[in-house]
Design a protein around this ligand. Structure first.
Ligand SMILES: Cc1ncc(COP(=O)(O)O)c(C=O)c1O
Length: 446
């Protein structure tokens, strides 16, 4: 069985974007839905499959966002659909803490097997990335009997109270939502494009600063855990300089601080590894996962050292819906798809294609300050030509152009000036090339 998409893999526009039906329905949205919810593209979706989204007007749009790195296996992948259908017919919910079922156990087994490190691991399942991060912090605090949590500039960890405190960017995630939970300390992040010491030969001065600040301002013996995305997602696909993450991991180990890799966005084949930590051989104490784990159904996990995961008292972790049987069935379908269709390798192939095209664009367009990423997680940072000043206006113009041509592209970045590309890993090459050509045109006019 392959996850062959059930919709024609084509870009096809039959109306302008948004078409008349979408426009009508978006009016209903405005009446019924809180104005606080954003909208990257003003069309209403009817179906989606493989690398395309089809709207209610019949436009087939190339999906370069995968629902923010969720449908890595494509929308409605065969194995996901079949597993979910079978599970819904068998039973929909018992609550794993009331009466357990095999799907949950099998997803934990898969996470323990797939995440970095050969040591004994255990997992627990939740509903969202933020919930996974919250639970990782709970676990780390209880295990270490310490309170401080170290996070990083440009980091994003979610929208709950604790994860808002951990998230760096104020607008739109935190503004006016305080007070935030205490004992969260933010450290400088290695950001090669914007860091003088990183962009010359990196002697890891940022690493030294982080260590110095932790030792002098918090006290390493007060830190329960350090939580970091191996590649910053919402922060703008910032790939830290080589040595930064291993240096942090070593400092954590030396000081009995738990190193928590937040792989909610980078996980499940996205970066051309099953997990981005693998790139520098890092074995985190705990790893948080969500998004790409279940082909679009809500599921998240915390996986880590068995001694850490088992240190929590009975019933100290859980939740009514965490690890729902339907989401677990979907996850088993998604994981089988990733493994059987070799999507880790596919992410590398898509990544090479994207990075070659983006680097060509950089030669032509001085608004591109930086091209970066790993595997099928690639980005360009837009600047005012001749400077490193962020250029969010060029970004808005490029994204609008792409939308009008039937390509959905997402933004990111602390300065709102990063175009990020996250195609489903099953996207056919012709579709990706077409999307890149349109991106090229959009930058020419921006
Ligand atoms: C690295 C990272 N952590 C946590 C989250 C929060 O996940 P969720 O939106 O499922 O709560 C996200 C979401 O974008 C993320 O990218």
């Amino acid at each position: 069985m392959t996850s062959g998409p059930h919709l024609p893999q084509e870009r096809k526009l039959v109306t302008s974007i948004p078409g008349p039906k979408s426009q009508e329905l978006i009016k209903r949205r405005a009446e019924a839905v809180s104005a606080a919810l954003g909208m990257a593209i003003p069309v209403v979706v009817e179906k989606a499959g493989g690398g395309v989204i089809v709207d209610v007007d019949g436009n087939s749009i190339i999906d370069m966002g995968a629902g923010i790195a969720v449908v890595n296996v494509g929308n409605s992948a065969n194995r996901v659909v079949k597993n979910v259908q079978a599970q819904v017919e068998a039973f929909t919910h018992t609550c794993f803490m009331i009466a357990p079922y095999m799907g949950y156990i099998e997803v934990c087994e898969a996470l323990n097997r797939l995440t970095p490190g050969t040591h004994k691991k255990k997992s627990a399942l939740f509903n969202s990335g933020a919930e996974a991060v919250e639970n990782a912090v709970k676990i780390a605090r209880k295990f270490t009997n310490r309170q401080a949590v170290v996070v990083f500039e440009h980091g994003y960890h979610g929208r709950t109270n604790l994860t808002m405190a951990m998230t760096a960017k104020n607008m739109p995630y935190k503004d006016g939502f305080g007070p935030f939970t205490p004992e969260v300390y933010r450290m400088p992040m290695s950001y090669p494009f914007r860091c003088d010491s990183c962009s010359s030969s990196c002697e890891n001065s940022v690493l030294e600063t982080v260590i110095h600040k932790i030792e002098k301002e918090i006290g390493a013996n007060n830190v329960a855990c350090m939580v970091i995305e191996p590649i910053m997602g919402e922060g703008g696909f910032i790939v830290p300089c080589k040595g930064f993450l291993p240096g942090l991991a070593k400092f954590c180990k030396d000081n009995r601080i738990l190193f928590v890799a937040d792989e909610v966005q980078t996980g499940f084949a996205r970066t051309g590894q099953m997990f981005a930590c693998e790139d520098e051989g890092i074995v985190p104490d705990l790893i948080t996962t969500a998004k790409g784990i279940a082909g679009g159904l809500p599921l998240a996990g915390v996986t880590g050292r068995a001694d850490v995961m088992d240190s929590i008292h009975m019933s100290g972790l859980g939740g009514t819906y965490g690890g729902s049987p339907i989401a677990c069935a979907a996850a088993l379908g998604a994981i089988a798809t990733i493994e059987e269709e070799k999507l880790v390798d596919r992410a590398k192939e898509l990544g090479s294609l994207m990075s070659a095209a983006l680097n060509e664009m950089k030669k032509k367009y001085p608004i591109i300050g930086d091209v970066r990423g790993r595997g099928a997680m690639q980005a360009i940072e837009l600047v005012v030509p001749g400077s490193k000043d962020p250029n969010p206006a060029a970004l808005a113009s490029a994204i609008k152009y792409c939308q009008q041509k039937g390509v959905l592209i997402l933004s990111a970045g602390t300065y709102g000036n990063v175009i990020r590309l996250l195609p489903p890993l099953v996207m056919p090459e012709h579709l990706l090339k077409e999307a890149l050509e349109i991106l090229d045109e959009s930058l020419a006019q921006a």
